[in-house]
Design a binder for this molecule. Structure first.
Ligand code: PNS
Length: 157
């Protein structure tokens, strides 16, 4: 039984995230999506909202569960017996940000990070852009799941 942790701030979860989680689940028996805090970002949605939105967005993928992680991802992954931490990569900018995190997480826990290239059709999808588009009343329905689109429209009202 192999378990992988897929961490992120997921503020909110996008179709790009859903795609990466689906691909991770094809590689590992169980995937735990860890909703974590990125200390470099101010989150629009609360911890509970991000968990709820991710749970609904991923409800149709079996073997996937969503949990809140309030400490280090290295500790979270080790506590759950993860064999890998999985991250999606869209391009070089993601790689630059992720390289140090992967090495630090391995330094702290011994757990390797596995990078997955998502669907190129979703390469342009990022939570930050989705929030910005929503704040101007733009169309986000094909960038996020319906529950997230509803929550975003409500939040930016
Ligand atoms: O989706 P993001 O914002 O790129 O995710 C970054 C996140 C939340 C995975 C990262 O900030 C993180 O791991 N935070 C939890 C605290 C932690 O473990 N920090 C050390 C990272 S080496």
């Amino acid at each position: 039984m192999t378990l992988a942790v897929c961490p992120g701030s997921f503020d909110p979860m996008t179709l790009g995230h859903v795609d990466v989680v689906r691909r991770a689940r094809a590689m590992f028996d169980e995937v735990v999506v860890a909703i974590a805090k990125n200390s470099a970002k101010t989150h629009l949605f609360t911890d509970a909202e991000r968990v709820e939105l991710a749970r609904e967005a991923l409800a149709d993928i079996n073997g996937v569960r969503v949990e809140l992680s309030s400490g280090l991802i290295a500790d979270f992954a080790r506590d759950r017996g993860a064999v890998a931490i999985v991250k999606g990569l869209r391009g070089a900018a993601d790689y630059d940000a992720e390289q140090a995190m992967a090495l630090l997480n391995r330094h702290l826990s011994g757990i390797e990070t596995v990078f997955i290239m998502g669907d190129p059709a979703l390469n342009h999808v990022a939570s930050s852009f989705v929030k910005e588009i929503a704040s101007y009343g733009g169309r986000i329905d094909d960038l996020v799941t319906p529950n997230v689109a509803r929550a975003l429209k409500e939040k930016v009202k």
